[in-house]
Design a protein around this ligand. Structure first.
Ligand code: NDP
Length: 329
């Protein structure tokens, strides 16, 4: 099959860090297969906030590079030592290399077989935000019945999934979202209250009889960090998992003491998907949740892959809910 593949393909390439206009659809060499890599013909790529940090230079990258680690498609070539994936398999992944392209590479341990009942478009919406929501509430901390948890950006991609998972685990979920329409979406996902950002503290105190939240999952970062700390009960846990509003500045650890013996952690998906078992275990639970119907995907918007710039503008401009997908026609 490698013989029948083209030598070049089209990809969104970033030649230097900057605004969304740096995402340019160009002819680019097809990537070279490593021994345990598979090459996937892209159906859809998932958009994630991470790519905006990489594009703008907040997370430094070697240029030129093709953004994207999430995608779905059909396997069209196999590395010499691949043993668990076959040509023609329908797959998805959160660990692809350069998924904003007509083809992308992925190590076989990061490959998720797509269940029959799931189409390839929706399959691209699952892996990264799904596994993130899963590790946050199942591994970083084990959310359980009787707890009150806060999810910031509750109508976002991670937010809607995390809210559903925490509610399914029996917790009371309080979310923030910036518009009435987003707050309605969040309530429909199982939040017991969804409020605008300035109202978070009052809502938490009201819902917990003044005690505070057991856990705050904060992916907004700079703009919300102080309120997230203040919303915690004694010995509460702040899980800072992103910085959609900017990165949190350096922090005096002594404040954890004055705040009531608080805990703070700053995890990433890579810490919680170290090997094939961990990846497959998380994905299996998510696919089962979708099949059983308690977990639902919200694809907020789809864009054409060559127009990734518009998708970045929408995500950074707070104009999206749920998952944003980049589709190849
Ligand atoms: P979202 O779909 O949640 O989009 C971001 C949302 O953040 C916006 O819709 C907006 O919702 C809110 N927001 C608040 N302030 C701002 C701001 N100043 N600019 C832009 N958005 C803002 O994105 P994702 O689900 O892809 O990611 C959510 C967070 O999770 C990101 O910080 C991301 O980096 C992080 N993440 C972390 C991972 C990890 O393993 N650590 C893995 C995956 C994602 P509203 O308008 O309601 O405020």
């Amino acid at each position: 099959t490698v013989d029948t593949l083209p030598r070049t393909h089209h990809a969104v390439v970033v030649d230097r860090p900057g605004g969304p206009e740096q995402l340019r659809w160009q002819d680019h060499p097809l990537p070279t297969l490593g021994d345990r890599d598979v090459l996937v013909r892209t159906h859809a790529a998932g958009l994630n906030f991470l790519e905006t940090y990489q594009r703008s230079g907040v997370y430094p990258m070697q240029t030129p590079f093709i953004p994207g680690s999430e995608g779905s498609g059909v396997v069209v070539a196999l590395g010499a030592d691949v043993s668990t994936v076959q040509l023609g398999d329908r797959v998805a992944t959160a660990g692809g290399r350069g998924t904003y392209a007509e083809h992308f590479l992925v190590h076989e341990d990061q490959v998720l077989p797509v269940p029959e009942e799931l189409d390839l478009l929706h399959a691209a919406a699952v892996p990264l935000q799904g596994m993130t929501a899963h590790y946050l509430c199942r591994s970083t901390t084990q959310v359980h019945e009787g707890q009150t948890v806060v999810v910031t950006a509750g109508a976002g991609g991670v937010g809607l999934l995390l809210t559903q998972m925490c509610a399914h685990l029996g917790a009371r979920v309080i979310t923030t979202a910036s518009t009435e329409q987003k707050r309605r979406r969040s309530l429909a996902a199982g939040a017991s209250a969804s409020v605008d950002y300035p109202d978070l503290l009052a809502a938490v105190l009201e819902q917990t009889d003044g005690v505070g939240a057991d856990v705050v999952f904060d992916g907004v970062g700079k703009a919300t960090f102080e309120d997230s700390l203040a919303a915690l009960r004694t010995r509460g846990l702040l899980v800072l998992f992103g910085g959609a509003s900017g990165q949190v500045p350096p922090f005096d650890l002594q404040r954890l003491n004055s705040g009531g013996g608080l805990y703070v952690t700053r995890p990433s998906l890579t810490h919680y998907t170290r090997d094939r078992e961990e990846v497959r275990g998380r994905a299996d639970e998510i696919f089962t949740g979708l099949k059983d119907g308690w977990l639902r995907l919200t694809v907020g918007e789809t864009f054409e892959l060559p127009d990734a710039a518009s998708a970045h503008r929408a995500l950074e401009g707070r104009g999206t809910t749920g998952k944003v997908l980049l589709v190849l026609r």
